[in-house]
Design a protein around this ligand. Sequence first.
Ligand code: ADP
Length: 756
Amino acid sequence: MDASALLLALPDPLLLITADGAAQLNPAAQATLTGGTPELSGQPDWAALFTPEVAAALRGPLEAALAGQTARASVVLRPGASVTLVTAAPATPGPDGAACALLHLRQTPEPLSTALDFMDGLGLGVAVQGRDTRILQVNASATRILGLSEAQLAGRDSMDPRWRAIHPDGLPFPGDTHPSQVALRTGQTVRDVPMGIYRPGSDDWRWLHVTALPHTPPGQDTPEQVTTVFADVTDRYRMEADLRGSEQRFRSLVEATTQIVWDAHPDGTFLPPQPGWEAFTGQSEASYSYAGWLNAVHPEDRARTTECWQRATLTRQPYLVEHRLRRADGTYVPMQARAVPVIDDGGQIREWVGTHTDMSDVREAQQALIDLNADLERRVQARTLDLANVTRFSTLLLTAAGEGIFGLDLRGVTTFANPAAARMLGYSVERMIGAPQHALVHHHHADGREYPLHDCPIHQTIQDGQTRRVEHDVMWHAQGHAVPVAYVVTPTHDEAGVVSGAVVMVQDTTERERAQAQLRDVIENLERSNQDLEQFAYIASHDLQEPLRTVGSYTELLVRRYQGQLDPRADQYLHYMQDAVIRMRSLIQDLLGFARVGRQETPLERTDLHALLRAAEQNVRATLEQGGGTLEWHAPHAVLGQPSLLLQLLTNLISNGLKFHAEDRAPRVQVHSELDGEFVHVTVQDNGIGIAPEYHTRVFDIFQRLHRRETFAGNGMGLAICRKIVEFHGGRIWLESTPGQGSTFHLTLPVAPTPQ
Ligand code: ADP
């Protein structure tokens, strides 16, 4: 193969060197070794193409190749360049048969340059420094971060003053303490050291986080190189610093006094220094001087502020204005500005001294007050609406009410009257409202006496706030007649709870009184006729006794003298006459007894039921003995009454119980008492024939009997007398009965008060 053609075809640098040393270069080799300079484009001596060191290193392999051996060598073509692997191989002899060698240069990428590229990709700067910290190699990111070209960086060491390195707190960072120096000295990796490096041209510092990795070749004790990797953290630093700054500013604002004190020239110009103003507004001296301070005032407030300040400085009167002032953080704060002129001994204004007072609190309080007021207003409106509804409803009620209702004020003037009140007294509602109520409708008593205002219960309620109820009174109708009334007066109160008047609810009692009067009449009549009847019964029975006695006596005489001397029929007639007289006497006595109940004026007394029952037992002893009946009682209470009447009552009931006994069983009567409130409830129970339900009431009427006299003797007055006695004592009597099984008579009598 033609070596020349091969030479041209390969991309790697290739040199064909003849035994006489003449070198032939392919384009790649020309580019690498001569920089493509044309004068070297002939066939130069190979050694002239390399530095003497490289040439020396290559001489051996070249000679070997010329001798037919392939040999290799590694060289660094230029300081700082990567290592080049050189392969020297024997080449096909040329047409003249002379031996020649082929040098193949291959720049193998080293691990280091790979790492540098890799770091580049991450945006990390890398610098490889020698033992003396001179920079041997950097990657592209390093040049970018440091703002220096590869050439500017090459050879710089840590001690170079141009780094102007500083610590984050601003103190100098001496070269011998740089991470690369420390790593070389100690052989230890130094990590993440913050470091500020002056960046020429931009007038600022770049902030780096530097990590230095020492490289100690195998078999050596001390590091030979150090690789410094650094990240640019300037932006982060700046942001953090900004944050810290604004936080600090904010804090100092918050902590700062809410008052600014400033001064101004007699003519009103505002000149530095004004530390208070600067601190608050953040304005620089240049920006606030002269009229610049106005820029810190809210645009809408400027015209007014200027006007006030001008007026104050012209008139030499104190300056007072409120405006919004921009704080350093950009927010506007409501401020009250005041200034007074300071007058010197000569009466001239020496200066103006002013203050700005933060009104935020005041404004906030004012706003809160406004909000509160608005809220109150809303609530008042809601309440008013409620009240209006209630008022409408109450007006409806008042209007619809059947009772007359007046409202009166403290003076007793009618403020309200419903239609019922107007109707009752014959006035229109309009006529009543506004009129003094007492003078209009309440001026006289029923009997025509004048009714003084101070005696009037309505007036008294307005005075003392006490509710009053009056059952009988009159009010005067528009037509002059009295309307009988009952009324209730209730005081009304104002919001403070003080009596503000009264409401009077009036009822026309005309009808009620008429009905009551009628009832009274009826009762009176009844009482009178009752009395008449009793009188009649008493007189009749009493007066009937006399002729009956005469009839009885003569019948007795007839029997004694003529019995057995006339025919038997006459004897029977005499017998009938005697019977009739006896019956008549008994009837009259019962009637008299009935009429007498309550006529005696004997006072009521404490009466022991147990003692009464013992006496009653004596009264019925004969019946008990004849009929084989029994009487039992448990009545431990005492009642208030007339003992003789009560004895008659119990005797009647017990003897009835024994009398109306059933054929198949011996009569048995049981009496019990128990306390029932104000009364003693007494029961008289028998086991007799019982009473059908339809007669439970009628048996208490006079002369009411359910049986023929032949079956059970009697006049039918017993239970009538019993009822009269019970009612005379204020009690009640009734019965329960099951025909065929027995009857229970119930009665209530007032309990006797416990003896003292
Ligand atoms: P009298 O006993 O004189 O007939 P009363 O007025 O005592 O009159 O009784 C009226 C009627 O009530 C009696 O005739 C009788 O029919 C009925 N009666 C009263 N007490 C009892 C009783 N305990 N059991 C059944 N019937 C009775």
